[in-house]
Write a protein that binds this ligand. Structure first.
Ligand SMILES: [Zn+2]
Length: 240
């Protein structure tokens, strides 16, 4: 028995992740932008949401918190900044732990997109929820931090076990891949991946999760050799 993790596509390109532990019956909704489609997706599988985890405060990651709690009496865990949107039951930061059934999540501070952004890493389940910090072949915009912080985040996440599956907050993969190809036109692994992603998107498929190994091979932000290089790539991406 292992954790089941499924995407709920909402809004334009957000993914809310539902994570279910068959043994304990617990279900976590990660970054619920909205409530109704998430409650419906859980109900369709016979799951009841017992917890919400937020990676950062942005409303497209927290907007469904209150309505999901009202409907399910779940608890909400997230960084203090998420209280800009809704009251939390438990405030966490890097170094803290969260649990779903017998599985433990270690929290990692990954500031820059927002100042309090955290990653939930579940070592036994080989899964990490990276919100809007690490995307497939991309990284988040630097709204409340700088390139030095994002560079440190990329290094920290790159050091997770390579088989770790990465669940991020948006379907940005194809646009990120097109940009990545402009940075590294001779990266064969990248070229293969972008081909595959084009086919997946043409079929309307979700391109996530990615893995740390795949990001190490193809992500121009994780592959940046210095803060300056990451900053230049981030600026180029913003203008791409
Ligand atoms: Zn965000």
């Amino acid at each position: 028995m292992t954790l089941e993790i499924v995407p709920v596509p909402v809004l334009r390109d957000n993914y809310v992740w539902l994570m279910h532990d068959p043994e304990s019956g617990e279900t976590v909704a990660v970054d619920p932008s909205v409530a109704e489609p998430v409650l419906e997706a859980a109900a369709a599988r016979g799951w009841t949401i017992s917890q919400v985890w937020n990676t950062h405060w942005h409303p497209d990651h927290t907007g469904g918190n209150d309505a999901i709690r009202a409907a399910t009496s779940c608890t909400i865990t997230g960084p203090a900044e998420a209280e800009k949107v809704s009251k939390l039951d438990r405030i966490v930061a890097g170094g803290d732990r969260a649990r779903i059934g017998g599985y433990e999540a270690e929290l990692i501070d990954i500031p820059a997109h927002t100042a309090g952004h955290v990653c939930f890493h579940l070592p036994e389940a080989q899964a990490a929820f990276t919100g809007d910090t690490l995307f497939a072949m991309g990284c988040g915009r630097l709204f409340e931090g700088d390139a030095a912080q994002m560079f440190a985040n990329m290094q920290r996440l790159a050091a997770l076990p390579p088989e770790t599956r990465v669940y991020c907050g948006h379907e940005y993969t194809l646009a990120n891949g097109e940009f990545a190809l402009s940075v590294e036109p001779d990266n064969a692994a990248l070229a293969r991946r972008v081909e595959e992603v084009r086919a997946q998107r043409a079929r309307g498929e979700v391109t996530l999760p990615t893995t740390i190994a795949l990001e190490r091979a193809t992500n121009p932000f994780m592959r940046a050799g210095s803060v300056e290089e990451l900053a230049a790539r981030r600026a180029a991406k913003d203008a791409f």
